[in-house]
Design a protein around this ligand. Structure first.
Ligand SMILES: Nc1ncnc2c1ncn2[C@@H]1O[C@H](COP(=O)(O)OP(=O)(O)OP(=O)(O)O)[C@@H](O)[C@H]1O
Ligand SMILES: [Mg+2]
Length: 487
């Protein structure tokens, strides 16, 4: 279906893709693995017509092609589902799907809605074609993206980290959908940092390291450990080593908290807990059960309706928000500027009302070293960084200056195995230094491994707060699904 021959792409003097060659057979699911910044998205953007290669050749079904625009890609049967979704929130599902594609002079929306309803049924992708995209959960928005490329009759589907934003249940249903699509003769390129998922779903895998192909192999004989080593180039410890917690004073006290979501509907109800210095309280739950509103309320970004939140006097708070692009960063600012967003009015970054460029630059270079932010310089815009490296900028800013309370929501989303391990050990070091950490994640494994206590949130309420040492995956799973309550 696809053959790449020596594809090369540079940004300035930086070579993002260096003589990339491999092929993908028709009807197969092929994974692309690589560290953050290895060049996965860049490569996919060349295949989908968003970037032009500097050198090399793409073949589709043995024919050399020049993919000069996304439209050309579409006509060749190539459809890409992007790492950061490209839907227009204010439009409906149908409007989003036909946007830029329907050019008949008279548009009958009702017919289109019926067509899309039929298509979604044919592929088992349940969607209401009249729903507004902004009202849909992420998992469903992704189905819209998939449906959009299927509507354009794509035969080669590229999914760039599709599971990063999904809940475990949504991942299972995506995997079923992708298997069906492959069985029907479609070819799929699948990018993910979750190695088990890759082994479980994909037939073959190409591993990139710093812009070069390191290996292309079948996943049959692969193990997560082996794949991680190929990606990183040395041995990696995938296991989280945690010492017992030594608790200090109460840093955060939440009592009978009630918070509403953006539409005024109660999202958090009657939540009470204490969080101590030196402790990680994990919040487990299916996405959309009030986690976002809870995090916003604790960090002071959202008004509370009832109850109280008390943070120990003169505590500093760090917030790693779920959506790095919307809330965590200013994309049009440089790395250096993003790193001082919370401190630019203060010494040493500002002196006599003047920003201090040399100090800001040094600060950025040091942070880039510590957090392994891979970019050509501290002055490049954050919008040009790879997804994982954007996340590292948020972490570098928020974890600077020894915060007393850290609210971390999906802190490792989109990070490669090495960076994930680094964030885990950084947060554990913060805990051991005495920080109180509220750790919110939809990844149950991560919650189990990182937390000292685990609260399970379901429909805005804490179904239980458990000791992480004795809690079991089965028990938490049931609580997350609202099947059991212990108070
Ligand atoms: N438009 C651009 N201008 C300058 N540099 C860029 C641009 N796009 C990508 N890069 C650089 O190319 C490298 C590869 O980026 P790419 O987005 O392909 O990585 P990736 O493998 O998808 O990483 P991740 O897993 O973090 O998403 C990065 O170092 C990035 O900073
Ligand atoms: Mg990427």
């Amino acid at each position: 279906m696809l053959y790449l021959e020596n594809l090369t792409k540079s940004f300035g003097s930086f070579v993002a893709n260096d003589h990339i060659s491999f092929n993908v057979d028709t009807g197969k699911i092929h994974a692309i693995l690589g560290e953050n910044g290895a060049g996965k998205t860049t490569l996919m953007k060349m295949i989908s017509g968003l970037y032009q290669p500097d050198a090399g050749q793409i073949y589709i079904q043995d024919k050399p092609v020049k993919i000069t625009s996304p439209n050309t890609a579409t006509k060749l049967g190539i459809g890409m589902i992007h790492q950061h979704f490209m839907l227009i929130p204010q439009l409906t599902v149908t409007e989003n799907i036909i946007l830029g594609w329907e050019n008949s002079w008279r548009l009958n929306l009702r017919t289109k809605q019926q067509e899309i309803a039929a298509l979604s049924q044919a592929y088992g992708l349940e969607i209401d074609p009249t729903a507004k995209v902004e009202d849909l959960p992420v998992g469903i928005q992704q189905r819209v993206e998939i449906l959009k490329v299927l509507y354009r009759q794509a035969k080669l589907l590229i999914l760039d980290e599709p599971t990063a934003v999904l809940t475990p249940l949504e991942v299972d249903s995506l995997i079923i959908i992708l298997r069906q699509l492959a069985a029907a003769g479609n070819t799929i390129i699948f990018i993910s940092h979750k190695l088990e998922e890759v082994i479980n779903l994909c037939d073959t895998v190409t591993i990139l390291r710093r812009g070069k192909v390191i290996a292309t192999t079948t996943t049959k004989a692969a193990t997560p450990q082996k794949l991680a080593e190929l990606m990183v180039g040395h041995k990696v410890d995938l296991h989280i080593n945690k010492s017992p917690a030594s608790l200090g004073k109460v840093i955060l006290l939440v009592q009978n908290l009630q918070v509403a979501d953006d539409r005024g509907i109660t999202a958090v109800r009657d939540v009470s807990f204490q969080l101590h210095s030196g402790e990680i309280l994990g919040i487990a739950g299916v996405d959309g059960n009030g986690q976002r509103e809870l995090a916003d309320a604790v960090t002071g970004l959202r008004k509370i309706r009832q109850g109280k939140i008390e943070v120990k006097k003169s505590s500093t708070i760090a917030y790693i928000p779920e959506d790095r692009q919307k809330i965590g960063l200013i994309l049009q600012f440089s790395i250096a500027q993003n790193l001082i967003l919370k401190a630019f009015k203060k010494l040493p970054f500002c002196r006599n009302y003047l920003l201090q460029p040399a100090v800001i630059k040094n600060h950025a270079q040091a942070a880039m070293q510590t957090f392994d932010i891979r970019a050509t310089g501290e002055d490049i815009k954050v919008s040009q960084l790879s997804g994982g490296n954007q996340q590292k900028v948020v972490l570098a800013r928020e974890l600077a200056g020894e915060p007393n309370l850290i609210v971390a929501m999906q802190p490792t989303r989109g990070l490669d195995v090495g960076a994930t391990a680094a964030v885990h050990s950084q947060l554990l070091a913060e805990r051991d230094r005495g920080a109180a950490i509220l750790y919110i994640s939809t990844e149950l494994d991560e919650i189990m491994a990182m937390s000292d206590r685990i609260a399970v949130i379901y429909r805005g309420e804490f179904a239980a707060i458990l000791d992480a040492q004795t809690a079991t995956v089965e028990e938490i799973g049931l609580l997350m699904a609202g099947r059991k309550t212990i108070k």
